[in-house]
Write a protein that binds this ligand. Structure first.
Ligand SMILES: [Cu+2]
Length: 120
């Protein structure tokens, strides 16, 4: 009877530790970044390809490249002078806070992948 009780408490504590360190903490991490937008780089398109934000507003674009072709390996925001390598299946964050309204295109280095960030 006591063994059963000890085992039950043990399992409960293990569950609590797992919840605290993995589930609870990981949820906390994702809320630290405001306005996180995940963009998949796949099948010749950015998904989503059109993102809207406001001036003086911080956003983070998280690029996840799932296309192994070399075409997809760089994302370029030419009007912002940003160019980033995208390793396959890894996420790459680009944080932006744009001061001027307008349309900012982002493409791969050959311009086959195309996306647009609209800042209002
Ligand atoms: Cu390309």
């Amino acid at each position: 009877m006591i063994t059963l009780l000890v085992n039950t408490i043990g399992i409960f504590l293990v569950g609590l530790i797992i919840w605290w360190f993995w589930i609870y903490q990981s949820r906390d991490d994702s809320t630290k970044i405001d306005n996180l937008i995940e963009i998949k780089v796949k099948d010749g398109v950015y998904q989503p390809a059109h993102i809207e934000t406001e001036v003086n507003h911080s956003i983070t674009l998280r690029f996840i490249r799932e296309d192994p072709s070399p075409c997809a390996e760089t994302v370029v925001f030419s009007s912002l002078n940003i160019s980033k390598q995208l390793p396959l299946h890894e996420s790459v964050d680009i944080s932006l806070n744009i001061k001027k309204p307008g349309e900012y295109e982002f493409t791969c280095q050959m311009g086959m992948y195309r996306g647009k960030l609209t800042v209002k």
